[in-house]
Design a protein around this ligand. Structure first.
Ligand code: MG
Ligand code: MG
Ligand code: MG
Length: 307
């Protein structure tokens, strides 16, 4: 059976496009691999696949007995629950080092770039393989998505350079315009249930023994969710109660104002607020300049839970 190249749970565009881009590269290297995803594409990813004529990867939720490569994560909490029975062959990622391990030597490329697809672009260059135009376009979109059109503090010069080179390969003349189109697609909330919005981009973290779930919605304007905030909060309470979570939170990120409103239901809201250097006064916190879960929110939570 082919080895799986698999992104994280509640797949975002980077995890799905990096599985496709990594599989294409590894096939060129002569490896027997197939891209996979732990779910179906969210609206933004569907836009990218449609725009560049790519197929959504096969949905896989069980990996026992399979050879697997991970892309865009290395945390067990974001893996299929039977990951311990899989054979880990490699990782390509740009997050904090997770807790997976292996029984045989692995190929790991982990770099502090803003996007897994930026690392993959370098891997193509390193190996001397060409990236097809449509795949380059999709990889460019993944970079625009993960770096929030280069506004996120996770953005590096390597991301800007990779984006420019991918745009040239894809024949994209206006990178910013493509980014806005992408975020308009990502901002689609009409007709979506509060639950599907919370889980559209949701990750659980083990914070010093406490399970903390963090969802994020990146929107071109928070006006889009003004009427449904109470419903989102009610659903967050249900999400918290499930799976014994200590906290369930949702970051409503305004990509134009460059900050996030934090909705949370928590056993210790004051402690969480303190992690962000704020005092909890019973209402939603506005976190100015906070756009990145991995670089700003997770470290703040880790600080809060270390105390
Ligand atoms: Mg991701
Ligand atoms: Mg990513
Ligand atoms: Mg993201």
């Amino acid at each position: 059976m082919s080895a799986l190249i698999l992104g994280h749970k509640n797949p975002d565009s980077d995890s799905i496009i990096s599985a496709i881009a990594c599989a294409h590269l590894y096939k060129l290297r002569g490896l027997d691999v197939v891209p996979a995803a732990q779910g179906t594409p969210a609206p933004e990813t569907a836009f990218i696949l449609e725009r560049f004529g790519l197929e959504a990867p096969e949905v896989v939720t069980s990996v026992a007995g399979r050879d697997i490569y991970l892309v865009d994560f290395s945390d067990k909490a974001q893996a299929p629950c039977d990951i311990d029975q899989a054979n880990l062959k490699g990782i390509v990622d740009h997050h904090k080092l997770g807790d997976v391990t292996s029984t045989a030597p692995v190929e790991c490329i982990i770099w502090t770039a803003g996007c897994t697809n930026t690392i993959l672009k370098r891997m193509y260059d390193y190996c001397g393989f060409e990236i097809p135009a449509n795949l380059a376009g999709a990889m460019l979109c993944a970079i625009l998505s993960d770096t929030v059109i280069f506004k996120s503090p996770t953005t590096t010069d390597m991301d800007r350079k990779a984006a420019e080179e991918l745009a040239a390969l894809a024949g994209v003349a206006d990178i910013q315009a493509l980014g806005m189109e992408l975020f308009k697609a990502k901002s689609a909330v009409a007709g979506c249930t509060p639950r599907s919005l919370i889980f559209r981009d949701f990750k659980d973290f083990n914070m010093n023994g406490s399970k903390v779930g963090v969802g994020q919605l990146e929107l071109v304007s928070l006006d889009l969710v003004a009427d449904i905030k109470a419903d989102l909060e009610a659903e967050l309470a249900a999400v918290k109660a499930e799976e014994g979570r200590h906290t369930a939170m949702l970051l409503l990120t305004d990509i134009m104002k460059e900050g996030s409103e934090l909705l949370m239901v928590s056993d210790e809201p004051a402690r969480i607020a303190e992690g962000f250097g704020k005092t909890f006064e019973g209402k939603n916190l506005w976190l100015d300049g906070v756009m990145s879960r991995k670089k700003q929110v997770v470290p703040a939570l880790e600080a809060a839970f270390r105390k």
